[in-house]
Write a protein that binds this ligand. Sequence first.
Ligand code: NAD
Length: 382
Amino acid sequence: MKLTKILIPYETSIGERRVSAIPETVKKLKSLGCDVYIEKSAGELSGFNDFSYIENGGIIISNNEIDPWENADIIFCIHCPDEEKIKKLKEGCLIIGLLNPFGNKDLVKLLSDQKLSAISLELLPRISRAQSCDVLSSQANIAGYKSVLLAASELDRYFPMLMTAAGTVQPAKVVVLGGGVAGLQAVATAKRLGALVFVSDIRPAVKEQVESLGAKFINLPEIKEKPSESGGYANAVSSEFLAQQREILSKHLSEADVAICTAQVLGKKAPILINEKMLENMRPGAVIVDLAVAQGGNCVHTKQNEIVIKNGVKLIGASELPSSVPYHASSLYSKNLISLITPFINNGNLNINKNDEIILGCLISHKGAILQEKVFEIGGSN
Ligand code: NAD
């Protein structure tokens, strides 16, 4: 019987500290009958040393052995491997990870030329059954939590209200833009630190969610256009809607100590919710953490993984926060992957059911046949 060989690579993207499978999930994959190969030190930056993988049945690969990329049946990864590595993969190999396929024509060509299969976890359908596999949510949760800690440590003020002998300190005012997974976790974390929290989102369901966390919902523009959603994601709103939304947000931001930006629209540029004028009206010393920066950002002037100061306001472009909590980010990510793949492995044999609702949504290539052509074409403007 031929056992499925799974490769856990050392993630090479700059600043990446996560690993796609922790020792506990390696043990689970072994129990499903797979052989699991781990590149040397792959888990080290997340707190999992090579020995802990070996203890759980993994095989650590060192440089002088046969190239694992040429033999693997499945690659579990965080980010898409580079072209050189993809070119080594054998026909039919399945890559599973955050492949960022949007508008990536080079990836289409590679997958089809090499006759590879690929599951892009960004495209996982938002159905109840897929929740345990949802890496976007598990990682966004971490980003939301860490964004507030980052803001609190950069802010020139306290978060909580304090009554001291020297006088009373007012609580910080935090504005959260986008009340999805990251946004709601940011709200909960800011509340725990004692801030007053205000939230803007275009999905009406968010109002009740933020209020249940003790935050206030910022009313939406009262215009004819009603924001819509499809497949669990907000659809982009018109430029007229956005202009009015910014108008409403202006006053809140002029009084804010912190803004946490999480507003996104799948496969599109993030909406600009803080423009130049709004920035000018914010108080010096305020902090903006922009989690949407990889999609262009919700705030003008935020730059990916940089801190920029504008009129005394600190803009932090934070696209890699999950990686800053690598132990839990890796643990949750790898459990998500196990949930996804387990139904399709039987006695060490991989048999992906292309008609399964979850797989239908996120399988972008099957043995080189491109299944989601539209995804490779989107990625344009707002
Ligand atoms: P996301 O990262 O795509 O977007 C973040 C938030 O930005 C969303 O709430 C969106 O409505 C908001 N947004 C978009 N344009 C905006 C604008 N102009 N102004 C303000 N906000 C704007 O979404 P997400 O956080 O991943 O998830 C959104 C929802 O989907 C959540 O409620 C989550 O619970 C749900 N979800 C369900 C499943 C599932 O059922 N399997 C999985 C993941 C998420």
